[in-house]
Design a protein around this ligand. Structure first.
Ligand code: ZN
Length: 366
């Protein structure tokens, strides 16, 4: 069938609207009519070829929509179901079998290769293949043939416009706090960087009852949003010394948890330095392959601190996304404070608003 798609054609180049051909469903796929999709930094860095998904490609990986058809092998959803789309995984490796699909041994192939596992793409333009199945979905399009493991069924009564970003950015930040770090009531945590992922982490920290929640960013307007989301303290790292401020805030004890969403080595180093005894620093940003960070391990030896990396908030999407929707319904995960809607035709404006920092989480509405 003919669909409308925003095609990434070259690095640092605006998306191009094209009519493209969508092929027949594979037996383990569903056809989704997209209602809305989030714009994520990962789409920009793949368009810019930091990760090697072949171009031309249809990107987009925070889709939400309605099932229009189901493949012969799919039993988890039916036509008419509302779904949020998330990362794909193979379901057959050791990590998938032990409930860790974010660490799937085939994660790159299932999410970034631009093809199905058999090497085919579902999209073509003027007889030329276009990469598809980005995060199992390629949701910058009016319709998509989506891997069944990317699909999370949600209540049909819900408006889908706000929910797409749960599939990637928001589950990443919230999952790091709730699933990975298991932050408890009364704990202290700092979040470095208050983009969509950092804001989700702040909301989750407030929801679980952390009582010292520090937000660090370079932009005052973002720190104001962070306060609305539950940050108890904010630090502008352009004008204040982060380590000194945290020492003051914690009365010299240091923090239980620090979360770096920036992937900038100097920021990660600071996030480690401000930990208290037994603390954990976690990286959920995405530095370029080859990036190195140095940590102080002599004076800090006695702290027994830990460093870990986290993918997709250690989320099992079909379990965690419905939990976040319940928190949202109770007002404890106010997604709408982060989002601004754009028409699908305004995709390039939405990317500009994201990269300038003007909008934390743009959502394209079909
Ligand atoms: Zn797997």
């Amino acid at each position: 069938m003919k669909i409308q798609a925003a095609v990434a054609t070259a690095p640092k180049t605006p998306f191009e609207f094209r009519e493209v051909d969508l092929d027949d469903l594979a037996p383990d796929e569903v056809r989704v009519r997209l209602v809305a999709t989030g714009v994520c930094h990962t789409d920009a860095i793949v368009r810019d070829q930091v990760y090697p998904t072949p171009l031309p490609a249809v990107l987009g990986h925070e889709g939400a929509g309605v099932i229009e058809a189901v493949g012969a092998l799919v039993t988890s959803v039916e036509v008419g179901d509302s779904v949020v789309l998330s990362a794909n995984s193979c379901g057959e490796c050791e990590q998938c079998f032990t409930g860790r699909p974010a660490y799937c041994s085939n994660f790159f192939g299932r999410n970034f290769a631009g093809t199905r596992p058999d090497g085919s793409t579902s999209l073509a333009s003027d007889g030329t293949n276009v990469s598809s199945h980005f995060f199992g979905q390629s949701s910058f399009a009016t319709y998509a043939n989506v891997a069944a493991r990317s699909v999370v069924k949600v209540d049909k009564e819900l408006s889908l416009e706000l929910l797409g970003p749960l599939g990637c950015g928001l589950q990443t930040g919230a999952g790091a706090v709730i699933n990975s770090l298991d932050v408890r009531a009364g704990a202290s945590i700092a979040v470095f960087g208050t983009g969509a992922v950092g804001c989700a982490a702040l909301m989750a920290a407030a929801a679980v009852g952390a009582t010292t929640i520090v937000a660090i960013d370079l932009v005052d307007s973002r720190l104001a949003t962070a306060t609305e989301l539950g940050a108890t303290h904010v630090i502008n790292s352009r004008t204040a010394d982060v380590a000194e401020e945290i020492e003051r805030i914690t009365g010299g004890r240091g923090l239980d948890y620090t979360l770096d969403t920036t992937g900038v080595p100097s920021v990660l180093r600071t996030a480690a330095d401000v930990l208290g005894t037994g603390g954990t620093v976690a990286l959920i940003g995405a530095p370029a392959p080859g990036t190195e960070v140095s940590f102080e391990v002599g004076g800090s030896l006695l702290k027994g601190w830990r460093f870990r990396t986290i993918i997709e908030g250690d989320s099992v999407p079909q379990v965690f996304i419905p939990q976040l929707i319940e928190l949202w319904k109770q007002g404890k995960f106010p997604i709408e404070k982060l989002t601004k809607s754009f028409a699908f035709s305004e995709i390039n404006e939405a990317f500009d608003a994201s990269s300038s920092g003007e909008v934390i989480k743009p959502i394209l509405v079909f």
